[in-house]
Design a protein around this ligand. Structure first.
Ligand code: PEP
Ligand code: MN
Length: 365
C-alpha cells in the first residue's frame, strides 16, 4: 500500500476534538466557540451525526440536518470537520455537505460487509478517511478494513486506536491492548495513528494518562470528546470534558518530546521502552486479576460440590507445564517457580475466602 498522510503533521500532536454526538445546532456551535475561545489547537472538529448504539432506544444521532451545523462550524470558526460514516447514504450525504474527513467506527470495522459498503460508496471520492480499530482485538480485521478502503481508491488513510471490548470488569471502557496498534505500526510504519482516549477510558479520570501514554508510544495525535455541558450530553456523558477542561487538564499537561535536541534519540528510545514496560506491567496486573476471577468461579464450584481447595495433581501439572514453557524463553527456573507459587497462593486465599467466607492466609511451599 502506498499511503499518504491524511492530515498535515506539525511539531505538536494532531487533535480531533468535539462532542460525541451533534445534538442541537446550539450545542455544536457553542462547543466549537468554547474551543476557539480557549485556543484549543483543533485540527479537526468531530461530531457523530449517525450514532451506532450498542442497545436500541438510545439517541441514534440527529441525522443529516446535523451536517449543516458542521458546515457552520467550519465557516464561522475555521475548523475542518469530521464525522463517522457507516452506510452508503452516510457517505453520500457527508460528501455532498463538504465534510472534510470521514471515519469508520469500531462497530463498522468489525464487519467486512459494512466496510465494503462504505468503501464502495467512497469510490471516486478524494477525502481522507480514518479507520478505528474493530471492537474485538483482531488486528487482521483492522488491516482488512484499511485494505478495503484503500482498494476503493482512498490513499489518505489513518487509523484511530479506541481500545477493545472485554467481558468482565476492567478500569477501562475498552482495554487499550497497546501491543495490537504497536504491531500495526510495525507492519505499516507510515500509517498515521491517533489515540481516542475518550472511548478507551469511558470516564474522565484516565484521559490524561492514556493520552500521555499514546504520545510516549509515538502516536501522531489524539481524538478526545468534548462537550459544552458533559453531564447533560445525550451520549457518552461520563467520558466528555468541557473545552476548558480539555485544554487545562489534558493538553496543557501533556509532555511532547522534540526529536531535535542533543541525545534526543537516546532519550526517545529509553522513554519508548519504558512506556512499553509500563503498559506491560499494567496488563500483567489486569491479567492476574482476571486469573483470580476465574479462580473464584472454580472456588464456588468446588464449594457447591464439596471438593477440596487444593488438588495436588492439578497444581503439579500447572507447575510442570509452565516451567517447560519458560525454559526456552530465557526465564530462570527459580524466578518462574517463585511467581507461580505466589500466584497459586493468592488463588488459594481467594478460594478459601469463598469456602469459609473470610480471609485465610495459608502457606503452600
Ligand atoms: C465515536 O467516536 O463516537 C464512536 C462511536 O466511537 P467508536 O466507534 O470508537 O465506538
Ligand atoms: Mn462517543
Amino acid at each position: 500500500m502506498n499511503l499518504i498522510q491524511p492530515l498535515e503533521k506539525s511539531d505538536r500532536p494532531i487533535l480531533i476534538a468535539g462532542p460525541c454526538s451533534a445534538e442541537s445546532e446550539e450545542q455544536v456551535m457553542k462547543t466549537a466557540e468554547q474551543l476557539a475561545i480557549h485556543n484549543v489547537p483543533v485540527d479537526l472538529f468531530r461530531a457523530g451525526i449517525w450514532k451506532p448504539r450498542t442497545r436500541p432506544n438510545n439517541f441514534e444521532g440527529i441525522g443529516r440536518m446535523g451536517l449543516q451545523w458542521l458546515k457552520r462550524v467550519k465557516a464561522e470558526f475555521g475548523f475542518r470537520v469530521t464525522t463517522e460514516v457507516a452506510k452508503t447514504e452516510h457517505v453520500f450525504d457527508a460528501l455532498k455537505a463538504g465534510i472534510d474527513v470521514l471515519w469508520l467506527g469500531a462497530r463498522t470495522t468489525v464487519n467486512p460487509f459494512s466496510v465494503q459498503e462504505v468503501a464502495d460508496a467512497l469510490k471516486g471520492a478524494d477525502i481522507p478517511v480514518f479507520i478505528k480499530n474493530p471492537i474485538n482485538p483482531d488486528l487482521t480485521l483492522w488491516i482488512g478494513a484499511i485494505e478495503r478502503v484503500y482498494s476503493a481508491g482512498i490513499t489518505r488513510i489513518g487509523v484511530v486506536h479506541r481500545g477493545f471490548s472485554k467481558f468482565g470488569h476492567t478500569i477501562y471502557r475498552n482495554v487499550p491492548q497497546w501491543q495490537i496498534p504497536i504491531e500495526l505500526k510495525r507492519q505499516f510504519p507510515d500509517l498515521m495513528i491517533l489515540c481516542d482516549a475518550s472511548h478507551i477510558c469511558g470516564n474522565k479520570e484516565y484521559l490524561f494518562e492514556i493520552s500521555q501514554t499514546a504520545l510516549d508510544l509515538n502516536y501522531d495525535g489524539l481524538m478526545i470528546e468534548t462537550h459544552i455541558d458533559p453531564p447533560n450530553a445525550w451520549s457518552d456523558a461520563e467520558q466528555q470534558v468541557t473545552p476548558f477542561e480539555l485544554k487545562e487538564q489534558i493538553l496543557n499537561r501533556l509532555q511532547v518530546r522534540t526529536p531535535d535536541i542533543e541525545g534526543a534519540e537516546f532519550r526517545e528510545n529509553i522513554e519508548d521502552l519504558r512506556s512499553q514496560i509500563d503498559v506491560i506491567d499494567r496488563e500483567l496486573i489486569q491479567m492476574l486479576a482476571n486469573r483470580m476471577q476465574i479462580s473464584d468461579l472454580i472456588g464456588k464450584y468446588k464449594k457447591k460440590n464439596n471438593i477440596s481447595v487444593l488438588q495436588p495433581a492439578r497444581w503439579n501439572e500447572i507447575l510442570e507445564k509452565t516451567m517447560e514453557q519458560a525454559k526456552p524463553l530465557e526465564l530462570s527456573e527459580e524466578f518462574v517457580e517463585k511467581i507461580l507459587k505466589a500466584i497459586h497462593q493468592e488463588s488459594i486465599n481467594h478460594q478459601e475466602k469463598i469456602m469459609i467466607g473470610k480471609d485465610f492466609k495459608s502457606r503452600v511451599s
